[in-house]
Design a protein around this ligand. Structure first.
Ligand SMILES: Nc1ncnc2c1ncn2[C@@H]1O[C@H](COP(=O)(O)OP(=O)(O)OP(=O)(O)O)[C@@H](O)[C@H]1O
Ligand SMILES: [Mg+2]
Length: 236
C-alpha cells in the first residue's frame, strides 16, 4: 500500500504537523494508517501515547526507525495498512534517501521563507538524481505550511515563483497557521475531540486538514490507491 514520505532537510518546516494532520484525517475517512516515526523528537509517538487509542487499531505508530530497521518495518506496515506515512528528521540523514527510495509519493512541506525553500530544494535535487541516474521516478509535491490565513506575503510569492520555474508540483491546499495544529500535540486526540470553545477557528482547521487529505489522495497513482479512495474523491 502507498508509502508517503514527508521530507525537508530544514528543521521546523512543518513535516511532523503535516504527518499528523494527514494520518488522523485518513484514519477518520476509514483508512488504516501507519506512521513510521523517524523524527528524533518523537512528537507523533508521544501524541499517540497521549491519545488513548484514538481510532483503535486503524492508526498505529512505529516509534523507533533506523537504517537497520526501516526495511523490515516498512514491509510489515505495508502489509497491514492502507497508507504508510514516514516522518523524517529535519536534517540530512542517511534515512532520507532510503525512505524516499521506498516511497510512492513524497510531500515536501515548505514554509513561506527562502531558507525553508532551500531545505525543500535539497529533497527535490535528490529526487532528480534518482530519476537521472537510476530512472526511478517518484511523484512529489511541495505543500506550503504555516501560511497566514489573512495575507499572502512577498516571501510566499517568491517560493511559488521558484517552484513554478523549476516545474515542481505545488499542492493547491496550503497548511494554514492555526493554533489547533499546535495544540493537538499537547492535548492529544484529534481536531474533532478538541473543545471548540477553547481553540480558535477549530472548524477552519478541520476544513483545512480535510482538504489536504483529499488533495493528497488525488495525487496517489490510481493503481496504488486503496479501495474506497475513489468513492471518497467523488464526495469531495
Ligand atoms: N500549520 C501550523 N500552524 C501552527 N503551528 C505550526 C504549524 N506547522 C508547524 N507548526 C509549529 O511549528 C513548529 C515546527 O513544526 P513541526 O514540528 O511540524 O516541523 P518539523 O519539520 O517536523 O520539524 P523537525 O525538522 O524539527 O522535525 C512546531 O512548534 C509546530 O507546532
Ligand atoms: Mg518533525
Amino acid at each position: 500500500m502507498p508509502v508517503i514520505t514527508f521530507a525537508n532537510t530544514k528543521g521546523g518546516a512543518g513535516k511532523t504537523t503535516a504527518v499528523l494532520l494527514l494520518a488522523t484525517e485518513l484514519a477518520r475517512l476509514g483508512f488504516r494508517v501507519s506512521v513510521l516515526d523517524a523524527d528524533p523528537q518523537h512528537w507523533i509517538t508521544r501524541w499517540h501515547e497521549n491519545s488513548q487509542g484514538v481510532f483503535g487499531n486503524r492508526l498505529s505508530v512505529v516509534p523507533y526507525v533506523t537504517m537497520g530497521t526501516i526495511d523490515r518495518q516498512l514491509a510489515d506496515e505495508k502489509a497491514r495498512a492502507d497508507f504508510v506515512l514516514i516522518d523524517l528528521p529535519g536534517s540530512r540523514s542517511s534515512l532520507l534517501a532510503k525512505a524516499v527510495g521506498h516511497s510512492d509519493y513524497v510531500l515536501i512541506p515548505v514554509q513561506g521563507s527562502a531558507m525553508d525553500a532551500q531545505g525543500g530544494a535539497n529533497v527535490i535535487e535528490l529526487l532528480q538524481y534518482l530519476e537521472d541516474k537510476a530512472d526511478i521516478r517518484i511523484r512529489h509535491s511541495v505543500v506550503l505550511t504555516r501560511v497566514n490565513s489573512m495575507v499572502t506575503t512577498r516571501a510566499m510569492h517568491a517560493v511559488k515563483d521558484l517552484l513554478a520555474a523549476r516545474r515542481v508540483h505545488l499542492l493547491q491546499t496550503p497548511i494554514i497557521e492555526r493554533s489547533a495544529f499546535r495544540d493537538i500535540f499537547g492535548c492529544g486526540g484529534t481536531l474533532y475531540t478538541m473543545d471548540a470553545r477553547r481553540v480558535s477557528n477549530l472548524d477552519k482547521a478541520q476544513e483545512n486538514a480535510r482538504a489536504l487529505a483529499l488533495e493528497v489522495l488525488q495525487q496517489i497513482p490510481a493503481a496504488l490507491r486503496p479501495t474506497g479512495a475513489e468513492r471518497l474523491r467523488s464526495v469531495a
